[in-house]
Design a protein around this ligand. Structure first.
Ligand SMILES: Nc1ncnc2c1ncn2[C@@H]1O[C@H](COP(=O)(O)OP(=O)(O)O)[C@@H](O)[C@H]1O
Ligand SMILES: [Mg+2]
Length: 421
């Protein structure tokens, strides 16, 4: 993995590659005074990847190469750095605590102690076969005082850190980097996908008030929960839009391709209000003849699976213990979030006000219209993260973020993380 250093920070052309379960999306952007201009987009279907995990390095690297090639053709620029996002069942997370002694008589906390207590969480969990990707501090305790957001400058005898640790299995980490290497891409940073989506679709107020972000992709639903602008919980649910398509193909006796088209054109996740009369034409499996079926029946098949996704999501929210703190509600993104009625259904199942998150951050410029779909949330968020890395506007401030380290909001934490690794 390429180690980021301060000299590299004058880089202006940034590549962001989101490895999804159905598609690989490559974006190339140019850092501007304010935000970033999108110069190129490339899409390829995620071959050699199943549920977000690499299952064939050769095929995966070809698919990665294809997406980047297309993006470069449009952009006519070569990125100097590449950020990559991924999710899948090989990712895992945990809330971990660690405590260090500062000295019997009390000592002032500096960056050194803060880094030591954060890095020390790695020794508190079994990380056999895992590679730590994110260490996101949540809060600190100094002696008896809890809920400290930045302990630097304070005096105490014991410093405790509460950290959200996100890791990926070593083997998958290797396979991912190898696939990129074979595609001729040196990965600068790897990001857990829903964190990237959070950057492009959540508002700072939502993150502060408490919000669930669910990126509902093809094979997985990736979840991250914020409260007081820090990550409290994350999870990967092994269900997504492709499961809905498979159910439809079986239920309607048709091909997956036909089922996918019907789902996108006529699908709805809330079937009770639909009329019994409406019908749609479906091509029968193994013949070219068309059969007429009730749209309501078709949507009932969709609803059953969509409800299951909602039930799993509600379970994760319960497990987080944060339900009562989620005043910002639920924000759904990822391609499947575009399914008609899905946000209403999820609102009913989880009991949280729900909206669809589309990457619409104003500091993205250029081909924004094309990217105005929830399926591009992660790629857009990654590119935005890349601008923080590539920012040369104020290197001392950037470095200062690392020095100050805590008491920072989520985005600044991510910046810190990149510098710390
Ligand atoms: N308008 C739509 N209605 C229903 N489902 C959709 C729509 N657009 C995309 N999808 C579904 O979104 C899923 C892909 O989402 P995406 O976020 O691109 O996945 P990934 O990032 O995992 O590759 C597919 O299952 C696809 O059928
Ligand atoms: Mg995705």
């Amino acid at each position: 993995m390429k180690i980021w250093n301060l000299k590299d920070r004058s880089n202006q052309i940034i590549g962001a590659i989101d490895v999804g379960t159905t598609k690989i999306c490559a974006l190339i952007g140019k850092k501007k005074q304010e935000g970033i201009e999108i110069l190129g987009i490339g899409l390829s279907s995620a071959k050699g990847i199943s549920k977000g995990n690499i299952i064939d390095i050769k095929k995966a690297s070809r698919a990665i190469n294809e997406a980047i090639f297309l993006a470069k053709e449009i952009a006519q620029e070569e990125p100097q750095i590449f950020l990559v996002s991924s999710a899948g069942s090989y990712w895992s997370s945990a809330n971990v605590e660690n405590e260090i002694l500062l000295g019997r008589t009390g000592k002032e906390v500096t960056l050194k102690e803060v880094e030591k207590v954060i890095q020390g969480v790695k020794a508190q969990v079994d990380l056999t076969g895992k590679k730590v990707i994110h260490l996101l501090p949540q809060a600190y305790q100094l002696d008896e005082q809890k809920g400290i957001t930045n302990p630097q400058g304070m005096i105490g005898t014991r410093l405790k850190a509460y950290v959200h640790l996100i890791s990926i299995m070593d083997t998958q980490y290797h396979n991912l980097l190898k696939s990129f290497q074979e595609a001729g891409v040196e990965v600068s940073e790897l990001v857990f996908q829903p964190l990237a989506s959070a950057v492009s679709v959540l508002t700072p107020l939502e993150r502060e008030m408490g919000v669930v972000l669910a990126d509902i992709g093809g094979g997985t639903t990736d979840v991250v929960i914020f409260h007081r602008d820090v990550v409290r919980y994350s999870a990967v649910i092994p269900l997504g839009g492709e499961h809905i398509t498979s159910d439809l193909a079986i239920g309607l006796r048709t091909t997956k391709e036909e089922a996918e088209t019907i789902k996108v054109q006529h699908g709805c996740a809330f079937s009770h209000h639909l009329s019994e009369e409406d019908t749609i034409e479906v091509r029968d499996l193994g013949s070219s003849s068309l059969q007429s079926i009730s749209r309501k029946l078709m949507c009932q098949i969709i609803e059953a699976r969509a409800r299951e996704i909602g039930t799993f999501l509600a379970r994760e929210i319960r497990k987080s213990g944060l339900y009562r703190s989620l005043k910002g509600g639920l924000v759904i993104t990822g391609g499947a979030a575009a399914l008609e009625g899905f946000s209403d259904l999820l609102s009913a199942v989880t009991g949280l006000p729900t909206r669809i998150g589309v990457p619409e951050n104003t500091n993205l410029d250029g081909m924004v219209q094309t990217l105005s779909h929830p399926m591009f949330a992660a790629a857009c968020g990654l590119l935005q993260l890349g601008t923080f890395l590539g920012s040369s506007q104020d290197s001392t401030r950037f470095f200062f973020h690392r020095q100050a380290n805590q008491g920072k909001n989520f985005l600044q934490q991510l910046k810190d993380y990149f510098m710390l690794e």
